[in-house]
Design a protein around this ligand. Structure first.
Ligand SMILES: *Cc1c(COP(=O)(O)O)cnc(C)c1O
Length: 353
């Protein structure tokens, strides 16, 4: 080892799903949207003036912030935008979880949470979900340094109505509670309705899933102006220009094209509901997902075997290692055609097994 290497920060990074290349493959492994972004986004992209790239972008991304505020019926002071919700969530960890007490999040959840905690030296404790993968709200009513959970949860897809989110807030009035709503547009009701009553609530959303813009990296938080200001102070202490100009302009265009957004989200929800029926017919146990993915386990055939068999067919799904989840596959909802191809393969494979 070189002497300077002794002083490197040692971290175990988050491992994102594979991004395999190829025209024929069916990619159902990273919860991307199978449909293109809104036509208004493509139009804005064509009309973009490359000459504008000469200058730094607006550090506050005011245009995007204003569009999001109007869309959600909030004030611009209640919106923080970042480079995907991963950036926003990382900023939230840095900004809010400095009490030295452990942050609480579920044992089965987005695997980035423990990575940020380790990176920033924030203590944390995981809270077990119940046997049906549900969050037990009463388990969060204890001393902690902050609370964080996705709703719907990932990779289970399980959803809590706002009344249950409020139960967690009622038990945690002295710390910041972060609700990661990466999948809320696929049928759930946002906790943003609780912002008026809970100044310690931060709701985080993204353009990556429901708005089909994972490649543009746009995420945002909604919360009381005091929370948003604190996050901005941290952001401006690290990198003033997180949002690049195309992301700002194309994000605004996406918000404006609401009819297309609702139509594609409805299509994905319909495909998901049909998938629940089809998977059960094929012998899978399936959570009642409210997201754009399904969390499934076959009654007889191990998940790892199915994962490999699907991959050999150029069908990519996600398999997580680790207790409780390793028996399951997470399958992103694709187009109807992609899903039909998946069922056809599974039918053939399982009949010979
Ligand atoms: C996808 C995802 C995110 C991050 O998405 P970005 O692309 O960074 O906006 C955050 N939380 C959960 C639970 C996710 O599944």
């Amino acid at each position: 080892m070189k002497p300077w290497e002794a002083y490197f920060r040692r971290v175990t990074p988050y491992v994102p799903g594979e991004q395999p290349q190829g025209a024929r493959l069916i990619k159902l492994n990273t919860n991307e949207n199978p449909y293109p972004p809104a036509p208004g986004v493509e139009r804005a992209l064509r009309e973009m003036d490359a000459g504008a790239f000469r200058k730094y972008p607006d550090p506050a991304a005011s245009g995007l912030t204003a569009a999001l505020a109007a869309y959600h019926g909030l004030a611009p002071e209640q919106i923080f935008v970042g480079v995907g919700s991963d950036d926003v969530l990382g900023m939230a960890f840095l900004t809010f979880f400095n009490s030295g007490k452990p942050v609480l999040f579920p044992d089965v959840t987005y695997s980035f949470y423990p990575v940020w905690a380790e990176l920033f030296g924030i203590p944390y404790e995981t809270v077990p979900l119940d046997a049906a993968f549900q969050i037990r709200t009463e388990d969060y009513a204890r001393e902690n340094g902050g609370v964080l959970f996705p709703n719907p949860n990932a990779p289970t897809g399980c959803y809590m109505p706002p009344e249950q989110v409020e139960e967690i807030l009622r038990g945690n009035q002295d710390v910041v509670v972060v609700v990661d709503e990466a999948y809320i547009d696929f049928g759930g009701t946002s906790a943003k309705g609780l912002l008026g009553r809970y100044e310690n609530l931060l709701v985080v959303q993204t353009f990556s899933k429901s708005r089909a813009m994972a490649g543009m990296r746009i995420g945002y938080a909604m919360g009381a102006p005091s929370l948003i200001r604190a996050m901005q102070n941290v952001k401006y202490s690290y990198n003033s220009y997180t949002m690049n100009l195309p992301s700002i302009l194309l994000g605004i265009a996406s918000i404006k094209d609401d009819a297309y957004f609702r139509e594609t989200v409805d299509r994905i929800i319909a495909t998901r509901e049909r998938a629940k029926v089809r998977f059960r017919e094929l012998g899978f146990v399936c959570t009642d997902s409210m997201a754009n993915f399904l969390f499934i386990r076959h009654e007889r055939v191990p998940a790892e075997e199915l994962f490999e068999a699907l991959k050999a067919q150029q069908i990519y799904v996600r398999h997580f290692r680790g207790p409780r989840v390793s028996e399951y596959l997470r399958v992103t909802v694709g187009t109807e055609e992609e899903m039909e191809e998946l069922y056809r393969f599974l039918e053939r494979y399982l009949s010979r097994r």
